[in-house]
Design a binder for this molecule. Structure first.
Ligand code: GDP
Length: 169
């Protein structure tokens, strides 16, 4: 089944987006940044296509190295995914780690988009614009909390999900 992975630094809103796309509350959201949790996955659908949605534990920068456990989960998620949503935080702006991950994804050729989350006010427009420097990557300003523009992401990814196979009767 098509595997859609959600990755991003802790506290950017991955769980909130996961729940929004899944259409129900499954993942544990936590206000404490850096909280390590296991990956969570759910089978869901958009229009007539089914896919598996995977929320990984966040990757974080600790003393200049990615925490080993997070790093392993992070690379596993990237490997397994057919498509990735890199979630970033408009209230923080362009973070050095976002740039590193973005460059890495481009190099390994995995299809992905950047969801600039918490874009719930015009005041965050400037932070959002910073992400347009990744010229060849689709940028979607969204609010996972309020559901703003989340459908646009799913409409975009829809074209990547293979048609359902006809089952012989
Ligand atoms: P995760 O660690 O990346 O999974 O982040 P969470 O989904 O747990 O969210 C971290 C915090 O950001 C929570 O307090 C959420 O309510 C908040 N949050 C998530 N999405 C949005 C959003 O679109 N706008 C705002 N203002 N806050 C959000």
């Amino acid at each position: 089944m098509f595997n859609l992975g959600i990755i991003g630094r802790p506290n950017v809103g991955k769980s909130t987006l996961f729940n929004r796309i899944a259409g129900r509350r499954i993942a544990i959201t936590d206000d404490m940044p850096g909280v390590t949790r296991d990956r969570i996955e759910v089978e869901t659908s958009w229009l007539d296509k089914d896919f598996k949605l995977v929320d990984t534990a966040g990757f974080d920068l600790q003393a200049d190295v990615l925490k080993k456990e997070m790093q392993e989960q992070f690379f596993k998620a990237i490997e397994e995914a057919d498509f990735l949503i890199l979630v970033v935080d408009a209230s923080v702006g362009l973070h050095a780690l976002d740039e590193i991950v973005c460059d890495m994804l481009r190099k390994c050729g995995k299809p992905f988009i950047i969801a600039v989350n918490k874009a719930d006010s015009n005041a965050r427009e400037q932070a959002i614009n910073e992400f347009y420097k990744f010229g060849d990557v689709e940028i979607f300003p969204i609010s996972a909390l309020h559901g703003r523009n989340v459908d646009d992401i799913l409409d975009y990814i829809y074209t990547y999900i293979p048609e359902k196979e006809e089952t012989a009767e």
